[in-house]
Write a protein that binds this ligand. Sequence first.
Ligand code: ADP
Ligand code: MG
Length: 608
Amino acid sequence: MVEDTHIRVLPTHVANKIAAGEVVDRPASVAKELIENSFDAEATQVDVEVSAGGRKLVTVSDNGVGMGRDDALLSVERQATSKIRDVDDIEHIATLGFRGEALAAIASVARFRLVTCRREDDAGTEVTITGGKLQDVREIGAPAGTRIEVRDLFFNVPARRKFLRTYQTELGHIRSGFITQALAHPGVGMSLKVDGRETYRLAAGSDISDRVREIFGPDYHRDLRSLEGAGPEVTVRGFVGLPTVHRGDRGEQYCFVNGRAASAPLLNYAIREGYRSLLPSDRHPCVFLFITLDPAMVDVNVHPAKKEIRFRRPSETRDAVIAAIRKALALPPCSDTALDDQSSPILPGDPGRPVAETQMKIADLIQTRTFRYPRMGPGMSPAPASGSDKGQGREAESTASEPGLGSSRTVLETAPWSWCRVLGQVKDFYVVMETEDGLVLMDPRSSHERVLFEQLMAEVTQGDVEVQNLLIPETVELKPRDADRLRKNLAVLKTMGFGVSEFGGDTFVVDALPACVKEASAKEMLIGLPQTLEEAGSRGAKGQWREEAIAQAACQEAVRARDKLTLEEIEELIVALSKTEMPYTSPKGRPTIVFTSMNELNRKFGRE
Ligand code: ADP
Ligand code: MG
């Protein structure tokens, strides 16, 4: 007789094996699940051991609450969890696990051994399972806490085993997972042993700052700024790297929501916006974000691996993160009251100096020098027709009135370093400086862009842009598309000091420009700006971003043509740069200065 049903209920061990694939796809996810269980069990010490990239062995031991015999047996059943009782509890979930799947899944695809003991019990329990089959349960002497050993992962699932990568790759995943967990729980002592060698031993009772230093080293730590911010229902804490430190991928962006490692497109977006105009577009900052909000406001259930989360009120979280990052980098927050004098300047070369001190030094500096922004004055801009003439003028000027580059020390007696001496220029371009603790190379063009950019933004936000009327108004004819874009934004341009009006058709008249960009070609700017406006507008961001985009475009236009600088101009540029909010990069994200410390030089010359 022919069987007439095709549908079959799978035996439990087969179902478990299939389900295992969702929770456990590689040794690193075994380690992650086990470590999270240890945290949930209130451990203060968690020790991890792996061998052969975790394929041969992953062990996690903790000193947490442990389990009694019955619980130990239940813990390896599928959908057995002590952490929720009802579906409503998911809304208020405070523990890392709650699905009750991990242990059952792991035990079904490996040789599994669990040893656990509660503090109050005389003896512990050992459970061994091989490929989902219970082998043995017995009483065993054991310290309080839980130890789980997972050997030969996927020994019974060849298809899965095939997908494991090289030893190094798997180990890399384990290590970065370990770091993520260690950052999420700085108070818990943690160690990682790889093939018998201890690679991390992190002290218990640390705060997050200590832990970051312990993991990444003091040099890295020095380039971080601490970050704090809040919205009505969200708080953000953590660290952000200076824009001078960036990576080719997001590997050093650690985000945690309510203590749980989290990823979300929204967070990526917020980080990008926070660093907007500070980094080259293909580079990524180093970020440690700890976000706290009402557990009911996040949905952690999106993905079985529980990393991707959804926010119930996305815009609040996004804005809080952006504002916190920009504040931490001493940038204006993205509001209309930007760029007030409260924000603390960061000085090049000495990111670690306390704010009060640097502010004082700048105050001294301003008193002792009359300060003027370097502008593209007649002596600096190349004259298209009579270039040689002017060039000679400059030459004469610099030999007659100046001692020459390299001869005078202490350009800046009070800032940004306690002293700084301009040594010269490389190829008439890059500026070479000696400071008290090393060598600085400065890109004068990027630096000048930064200075102009901040000046223009400051004028705009204070509402008094210095406007330069053009003697002869320029008429500019645009392509229909550019003209449309421009028309939509004439009002914004006006607040920026651009006097532009319609002349009929797609032609516009320009009769005024912001004073600090007056050397740039009006025509070039009106062709470039509409595009910038569209880009800024399409990001759907606030007016601040739009103005910033214009400022950026304008100042780039203004400094496009540069020439050899005199010592005096260089000095002024250094002073001006030291006064900016973000002296390390141009508005486009290119570096302005490259600092090489004395230590680094010594190292390079083998003098350590
Ligand atoms: P979940 O963590 O989602 O509840 P798991 O399969 O990871 O599911 O764990 C099942 C149960 O086993 C947990 O709810 C917990 O009660 C218990 N358990 C697992 N690991 C430990 C541990 N290290 N210490 C104490 N109890 C543990
Ligand atoms: Mg768990």
